[in-house]
Design a protein around this ligand. Structure first.
Ligand code: TRP
Length: 372
């Protein structure tokens, strides 16, 4: 299986005001080989920022879609910032449930999967005041109509159980621009659903730079690019999108028995011959794919090997593959979990560093805006 990374260099005449109109044309994703090369040639010239909402445990979809790619970038020598966007939790719910616990669990997942705490900066939104203050000038750079047009926000509003849409829901993509721009990150590894937000970030950066250049003509912000992981999307055990909140995911941290139980309950079909046919047999193919990802083989090979064994054999294979692949990660996670003090130290160090950078960026922003 490849773990190639694609760069979403948003499309066409990207310096126009139509940028936020919609999703970047996915057929136009290009240049990942070039990016891989440029990262390899000079890793220190890049800075990566990404993050995960602290709303529940990370699952296998996160791992294959994003976590392992971050670790790969870090090993190449790229500087890594991981934001735990705690303020984003209250976009579609009234209160943030078990925030501290979810935050600690994210840190555990990061460290267990190979993020190096000595080199990465891990922090929460709420611990970095200057980052949040960037939201104010940034909000002045986007129109209300643009905020309403964001397809990911529209989708979240459609799925929200709240009676009314709150202001943070509409503006959080601009807040996310602050997450990315405070540290002047140039690469943002995300899933496809986040591309509209990255367009907002690029628009904010461009408009800010145009409106407030330094006297010598240089500009404050880079225009970051999305890094899309090319790994195919994993479905949940019900055949829908694997999601923290839909009860259909296999958590990274699940124990082996829980993994077996969850996979046993996964949806399949009655055809005993196991094949890899994502369009025709999405649920069966998804399990084949998961086993293949864990074993670093092609899905066709895995399907061929199971042959006429039916769903039972398929589930046995995938359960073993998952448990074997994640055994060392889970063991490390358990070790780390025994030392909560260490987790707090990682967050404390991360927030200190993020604050120093955010303070410097905010000072620069205030300077070009002419604040006293
Ligand atoms: N919105 C992202 C999500 O729901 C999380 C996030 C917040 C993020 N700030 C970010 C991702 C900045 C990338 C960059 O998954």
């Amino acid at each position: 299986m490849t773990t190639t990374t694609a760069v979403a260099e948003p499309t066409g005449p990207s310096d126009t005001d139509t940028e936020t109109a919609g999703l970047a044309d996915l057929s136009d994703l290009a240049g990942f080989d070039a990016l891989d090369e440029s990262v390899r040639a000079d890793p220190a010239a890049h800075r990566v920022l990404t993050g995960d909402r602290p709303t529940g445990p990370l699952h296998l979809g996160h791992y294959f879609g994003s976590l392992r790619n971050r670790v790969r970038l870090q090993r190449l020598g790229v500087e890594m910032f991981l934001v735990i966007p705690d303020y984003q939790v209250i976009t579609d719910r009234d209160v943030a449930d078990r925030l501290a616990e979810h935050t600690e669990n994210l840190v555990l997942d990061y460290l267990a999967t190979g993020i190096d705490a000595d080199r990465a900066t891990v922090f929460t939104h709420s611990a970095v005041p200057a980052l949040n203050q960037l939201l104010l000038p940034f909000l002045s750079l986007v129109s209300v109509a643009e905020l309403h047009r964001n397809p990911t926000v529209k989708d979240e509003i459609a799925h929200s159980s709240q009676a009314a849409v709150n202001g943070l829901m509409l503006t959080y993509p601009v807040h996310q621009a602050a997450d990315i721009l405070f540290c002047k990150a140039d690469l943002v590894p995300v899933g496809k659903d986040q591309l509209p937000h990255l367009e907002v970030t690029r628009t904010v950066a461009r408009r800010f730079n145009e409106r407030y250049p330094h006297p010598d003509g240089t500009t404050v912000f880079p225009r970051p690019r999305a890094l899309l992981d090319a790994a195919p999307l994993l479905l949940g055990t019900d055949g829908g999108k694997m999601s923290k909140s839909r009860g259909n995911s296999i958590p990274l941290a699940a124990d082996e028995d829980t993994t077996a139980r969850l996979l046993k309950g996964a949806k399949t079909d009655t055809d005993r011959r196991i094949t890899y046919d994502p369009a025709g047999r999405p649920e069966v193919s998804n399990l084949v794919l998961l086993a293949a990802l864990c074993q670093d083989r092609t899905p066709e090979e895995v399907a061929e090997e199971i042959g006429d064994g039916g769903a039972a054999a398929l589930k046995r294979t995938v359960t073993e593959a998952v448990n074997e692949h994640f055994r060392p990660i889970r063991a490390r996670r358990a070790e780390l979990a025994a030392d909560r003090g260490h987790l707090r130290d990682v967050l404390r160090a991360g927030s200190e560093r993020a604050n120093a950078i955010a303070d410097a960026t905010l000072a620069e922003v205030r300077e070009v805006m002419g604040s006293l």
